[in-house]
Write a protein that binds this ligand. Structure first.
Ligand code: SF4
Length: 456
């Protein structure tokens, strides 16, 4: 069995499962956020009763992160709905925006967008926060009410996005009926050349198979090239499985994974024991291709979908109006450090927005030194508008006052995020070009799509 089949067999109490079988899977964790949480809670109350208790208080993680730093009152209210539910149920893992468990969240627009407006428990973008806060473990099953839940596959777990109705059912029972996906294997060899990042790997692969090329399939990343990737790189790649339609993305857990997970579980006092999955017996793949990382070049997914692939070096004729670095995929500390490496000592030529994924990233960037200057200050000196309000922000557009939102028709934006369907970052008549932090940084400097190797 493949890694995904091995995990699903164990989670459904069977010795063996095969693709296409429907099995009842026991969840280890359910994740929800401010956009889908209220709907999930509504389904849970409707189906299980107003006084029902969730299946396991320790196994529900609630992370408000999407529409947070906005004056939109309905968005603010969603966070209050989550807080009321957490209080009612006594849930320990709620990463509230404010510290007062009896309070109400209200974004204060008069204080501007840049300075932090959250309390001590706020965690930022859920998929980046989950590992930081010790909620990912190899071999486990994670369901989340968000399509990029697949990011946790970087840690050798089965992680997938589900809708509010399914999530309401999981909240009440801890179980979900699931069809076992077929597995596609992406065997990585070689090393990434200078100027090429994990984002280029996943954009290259989605370009090869198409934005629906992995529909309802597991994307398993194997080989020496996969082992050599850092945890952050694996997160970037696993995150975008859904951009090819994948059910999940998965890397085998190794010592790097164990070291990362053990340290985060210890630091946060979360469950520390787990049983990593090892592929058993013969693995059957519906697709099995080798990719030589050393041959890859900086890659861009052009408007209007993540599979619309081109090399950055061929796109110099495309003029840009803005650049954006942030999100679960592209807002990690390592992403901002790569961006800073390119823009250090230079000035961006177009409006450029930086939104760290989590408060931890904000702190890391204030502390990290680049030639005697903090990384945060390097970015600001280069003209990047940096906000400390870690969140999804303009990655998915959001209310009109969202930081970095593409509000006007006709704008071209290059972005380190993961999705570029029409209207994704705001106006439906704008265009989003997806690229690595290196490529976004180089393009921000020139105002046109630029191969970052020109600056490295
Ligand atoms: S940062 Fe973007 S992709 Fe990630 S969870 Fe938020 S909206 Fe979704």
């Amino acid at each position: 069995m493949t890694l995904t089949e091995t995990i699903l067999a164990r989670a459904s109490g069977r010795r063996h499962v095969a693709p296409g079988e429907n099995v009842w899977v026991q969840a280890d964790l359910l994740l929800t956020h401010d956009v889908c949480g209220p709907g999930t809670i509504g389904v849970f109350h409707r189906e299980f009763g107003r006084d029902a208790k969730v299946w396991d208080r320790q196994k529900i993680v609630i992370i408000p992160d999407h529409y947070i730093f906005t004056a939109d009152s309905l968005s603010n209210r969603n966070v209050d709905i989550l807080r009321d539910f957490v209080r009612e149920q006594g849930l320990p893992y709620f990463y509230d925006v404010i510290d007062d468990p009896q309070g109400h969240w209200k974004f204060d627009a008069s204080r501007g967008q840049l300075k932090r407006q959250y309390g001590g428990r706020f965690a930022g973008v859920c998929h980046t926060a989950m590992p930081e806060k010790g909620h990912v473990r190899p071999g486990e099953v994670l369901f989340g009410t968000d399509s990029h839940t697949c990011m946790a596959g970087a840690f050798g777990e089965f992680a997938t996005g589900i809708g509010n109705t399914d999530a309401g059912f999981v909240m009440g029972t801890g179980k979900l009926l699931l069809k076992v996906p077929e597995t596609m294997r992406f065997y990585l060899e070689g090393e990434l050349p200078r100027g090429v990042m994990a984002k280029d790997v996943i954009l290259h692969v989605i370009g090869a198979i198409g934005f629906d090329g992995a529909t309802y399939r597991a994307m398993q990343w194997d080989g020496p090239g996969a082992s050599a990737l850092s945890i952050d790189d694996r997160m970037t790649i696993a995150n975008m499985a859904i951009e090819a339609g994948g059910k999940n993305g998965i890397f085998a857990a190794d010592q790097k994974t164990f070291d990362f997970v053990d340290a985060r579980c210890r630091a946060n006092g979360t469950k520390a024991d787990y049983q990593p999955a090892v592929a058993e017996g013969e693995q059957k793949f519906v697709y099995d291709e080798k990719f030589d990382l050393s041959k890859l070049e900086p890659t861009v997914a052009m408007h209007p979908d993540p599979g619309n692939r081109a090399l950055a070096k061929t796109l110099g004729h495309i003029h840009l109006d803005r650049a954006y670095i942030g999100s679960c995929t592209g807002g990690k500390t390592s992403d901002f450090l790569a961006f800073a490496e390119v823009v250090k000592g230079r000035r961006v030529a177009i409006d450029t927005f930086g939104v760290p994924a989590t408060p931890q990233v904000v702190d890391d960037l204030h502390k990290a030194q680049l030639g005697g200057q903090s990384a945060w200050s390097v970015l600001e000196s280069a003209g990047v508008q940096m906000t400390e309000n870690a969140s999804c922000a303009a990655c998915l557009g959001g209310p009109a006052d969202t930081f970095g939102r593409v509000n006007k028709p006709g704008l071209n934006c290059i972005s380190a995020t993961n999705r570029n369907f029409p209207g994704r970052m705001g106006n439906k008549e704008s265009k989003v070009f997806l690229a690595s932090p290196y490529t976004v940084a180089a393009s921000a400097l020139t105002g046109r799509i630029t191969d970052p190797r020109e600056f490295l």
